[in-house]
Design a protein. Structure first.
Lengths: 426, 418
């Protein structure tokens, strides 16, 4: 009951009293409560390969999950559902930021004694519903990959969490969420004269040792024998080796992005995605596409011409260039607090402004289903499809248009944000 | 608070239906039995106005009788006849309670610091026993405030600062006479103080890794049957032979503590200590996992509680947490103010009787020493405190303290020490 009481109080603080949550069991949409029907002028479904949107739609939510999304005219409203007419607003899936550092108390993301720290777990630093996460919510960002910083070549393991929920256990989507690798720039130890060759040697060495550790366990699981000793430094490689987690890579400029693809994906066969990808990183787009590596672009969405040999004087959209060179999986990130977490949709907007083709909802997909698929959590989040978590955002229009704003947000079927008209948080 | 405690007492007294002059024989299994003293044996019979046994049946007797033979309690229950030869203490105006137990204390060194060796972040090879000064001034003052058992531990300057000592607050005597168990348990610190700016452990992730690195080495040594000098006591921790007290605070670190020691290493006997700031947010999780919680010396939060003053013990109690106890972290708070931690816990909403348990039987159970201390029951050490009223009322003071049957403090004879 304490948890429920806290949730209620927290809601009141955000929504300034506009939400009345009597008890968890009775609220429409939540687990154990009656169904919830949201009537919207447009539903952005954003399924991976199915329907993308629906006009005049009804979204049915029950027990914290999405039941279905159907055209209003074809639906006979089921009995006992709490019906909410959203007026002219749209509904869309909660957005996902795969590069975020705001899951904890601020800072607390870099341990920089060693060059690789694959054993560190940032999940030990999570503070649910902290102020940054509450601002995330007001922009419709309901899930983030909270990762260690890029102070070392391997900062440690990230954790996939929901931004709107209070309880740690409920907050967690997957742990480990990813292994954070940083291939250049920030982890360079300038004082020691360490360059990219040595850094990538460190990365290779750690991955080799980690995979050898994972292999010992896999052999033990398949054939028995002596049980290997647990080593917290390499435990996460068991998940990486089984493709149950990915490597999220701070990488940019062509030669580093290319190294990311060649070393981590081609040489070691691990699931990896490109984070950032700026400053000509898009030149490696053909290799990325060939090997199925996605790019989660940001928070610098543009390349400017100064000193860059690959532009012809014009400002380029990084995402747009990845796209033009044939990459199919493109998403966006904020690297919050580098760019405020609530500006995730703005990343898509800027990309579109400079040439990213969003004519088939690519901007929306890059904020929702693409990151969900890339992180391997699309069974739970990323689209308004039956059986997924009811992470639902009510927004006044296209999320990639900065003039649209979020009015309400549900997470796991619980209403976690209501915009206060005239005094919005974001 | 006083009224609530009194009400409870009255109820318990009525329900037990014992009064002076009742000739029926009290349940010997519950209260023990009184026997004739042998040749040369010392016996003590204390009659008091009210007796808190802190037994599992929560028996409160008014009036009550405690009979001590040698170092331990033979009987604690309703007033009955005592054979000749016992030293009699008649205190109809006073309340008797077990000596209090503080699991988080650093006063063993006599105020000379000497509790942190911080060259390395993890030091399971250290013991605090070389730093003990028995019967020092802090210890004697603690005794005069009814605190009789302390877990004297190293500081929180590193993630694992080694092994502490369980000892009694005797007002005289040497190491052998005071120490209950050495090592008494391990000290771990997971938040704030042990963060290292130039070494591994700048973040919660780094600190957690450091601890897990040593845990895995000790587990490996156990699995391979090796006896490693530097890991020997940590190996015992992982066999469940020694308890662990964990300095942790804030919901992030508290959650990590519960997950690491309660879920990943369920064989360890871990106790979450402090749990301050917004640590109360993980109270439901602590309750689910069943880890004992030892709260204080900051028993409230208003930094992160969205404008509301939150009592930490109250939140843990409401969540159904296991064995809620309080601490002083002395000398952070004076060792003699352990009762005040309980009183303030009640002030912020926890129930008074729970807070009395939190100063006595709960810490004893948390560390598996409740067969010796923490309650007034047959077979337990005769650590008895006579109070002039409710132990949690700051206006009450301690009149007499016995430790293992020996009078350690007598206000009438030596003046009020606290």
């Amino acid at each position: 009951m304490v948890a429920a009481a806290f949730a209620t109080r927290a809601l009141a603080a955000v929504a300034a009293g506009s939400v009345v949550a009597t008890s968890a069991a009775q609220v429409a949409g939540e687990r154990g409560g009656p169904g919830l029907a949201l009537i919207a002028s447009k539903a952005l479904i954003a399924s991976w390969d199915g329907p993308q949107f629906l006009d005049d739609a009804v979204l049915l939510v029950k027990d914290g999950k999405i039941e279905r999304c159907v055209a209003r005219e074809s639906l006979e409203m089921p009995e006992g559902y709490h019906v909410v007419d959203l007026g002219g607003a749209w509904v869309m899936p909660g957005m996902i930021d795969l590069h975020s550092h705001i899951g904890g108390r601020g800072g607390d993301i870099n341990d920089m004694v060693y060059q690789t720290n694959e054993g560190l777990r940032v999940s030990s630093a999570v503070v649910p519903r902290n102020l940054d996460m509450l601002r995330c919510l007001s922009a419709g960002v309901t899930s983030v990959l909270f990762i260690p910083g890029s102070g070392t070549n391997m900062g440690g393991q990230g954790v996939l969490i929901k931004t709107g929920l209070s309880e740690f256990e409920e907050t967690r989507i997957r742990d480990p969420g990813s292994m954070k690798v940083a291939q250049g720039d920030n982890p360079t130890r300038w004082g020691y004269g360490m360059g990219r060759s040595m850094m990538n040697y460190h990365i290779r060495t750690s991955v080799r040792r980690g995979l050898a550790y994972a292999k010992r366990w896999e052999q033990f699981e398949q054939r028995g024998g002596e049980r290997p000793l647990v080593d917290p430094q390499f435990e996460t490689f068991r998940a990486l080796s089984k493709h149950e987690a990915q490597i999220s890579t701070h990488t940019q400029i062509y030669q580093l992005v290319h190294s990311t693809i060649r070393i981590l994906k081609q040489e070691f066969g691990l699931d990896v995605f490109i984070d950032h990808g700026e400053w000509g990183g898009f030149l490696a787009a053909p290799e990325a596409e060939r090997l199925g590596v996605a790019a989660i672009v940001g928070p610098r969405e543009i390349d400017t011409p100064e000193g860059r040999q690959y532009t012809d004087g014009q400002i380029l959209s990084c995402a747009g260039e990845f796209q033009a060179r044939g990459l199919s999986k493109i998403g966006f990130n904020t690297d919050a607090p580098v760019v405020p977490a609530e500006e995730l949709p703005l990343q898509a907007a800027v990309a579109t402004r400079y040439g990213f083709d969003a004519s088939s909802m690519q901007a929306v997909r890059g904020l929702t289903i693409v990151p969900a698929v890339v992180a391997g959590i699309d069974a739970r989040v990323g689209s308004l499809e039956p059986g997924k978590d009811a992470d639902v955002v009510v927004i006044t229009g296209d999320p990639a248009d900065p003039r649209s704003y979020v009015q309400r947000v549900w997470s796991n079927g619980r209403e976690v944000y209501v915009a206060k008209e005239g005094a919005r948080t974001w | 608070m006083v009224k609530r405690l009194l009400g409870l007492t009255l109820l318990a007294a009525l329900s037990s239906c014992f009064a002076t002059g009742d000739k029926s024989t009290p349940d010997a299994k519950r209260f023990g039995r009184v026997s004739e003293l042998g040749e040369g044996e010392h016996g003590l019979a204390i009659t008091c106005g009210k007796l808190f046994t802190l037994a599992d049946d929560d028996a409160v007797l008014a009036p009550g009788l405690i009979v001590v033979r040698g170092k331990s309690i033979d009987y604690a229950g309703p007033v009955i006849d005592v054979p000749a030869g016992y030293e009699l203490v008649d205190a109809p105006d006073l309340w008797a309670a077990p000596g209090m137990v503080d699991l988080h204390s650093h006063v063993q060194t006599g105020g000379w610091g000497d509790i942190n060796d911080m060259v390395l972040p993890c030091n399971p090879n250290f013991r605090t026993s070389p730093t003990i000064v028995p019967a020092n001034a802090s210890i004697r003052r603690a005794c005069a405030a009814g605190v009789t058992t302390l877990f004297g531990i190293p500081g929180s300057g590193t993630n694992n600062s080694g092994f502490g000592v369980l000892y009694k607050t005797r007002c005289s005597g040497n190491y052998e006479e005071c120490v209950l168990a050495d090592p008494g348990g391990m000290k771990v610190a997971q938040d704030y103080n042990p963060e290292r700016s130039v070494d591994l452990g700048a973040s919660r992730a780094g600190m957690a890794w450091t601890l897990e690195h040593f845990n895995s080495m000790a587990i490996a040594a156990n699995e391979q049957g090796r006896d490693e000098l530097a890991l020997r006591n940590l190996q015992r921790v992982h066999k469940g032979e020694l308890p662990v007290l964990i300095h942790t605070a804030g919901s992030d670190a508290c959650h990590t503590t519960i997950r690491m020691w309660g879920e990943v290493h369920p064989d360890t006997r871990a106790v979450l200590s402090h749990g301050c700031f917004d640590g109360y947010r993980v109270a439901p999780y602590a309750a689910r996992v069943g880890i004992p919680v030892n709260l204080g010396p900051r028993t409230f939060d208003w930094f992160q509680s969205e404008g509301e003053w939150v009592g930490t013990p109250e939140r843990y109690e409401a969540a159904g947490a296991n064995l809620v106890s309080v601490n002083t972290d002395a000398p952070v708070m004076p060792q003699e103010e352990l009762f005040l931690q309980g009183a303030m816990g009640a002030r912020y909403g926890a129930s008074s009787y729970l807070m009395l348990k939190a100063c006595t039987v709960h810490p004893a159970k948390s560390f598996g020493i409740d067969d010796k201390v923490g309650s007034l029951q047959p077979g337990r050490h005769a650590d008895v405190v006579l109070w002039r009223g409710d132990p949690l009322d700051p206006r009450s003071f301690v009149e007499k303290v016995w430790i293992e049957g020996t009078l350690q403090y007598d206000r009438a004879a030596e003046g009020q020490r606290f």
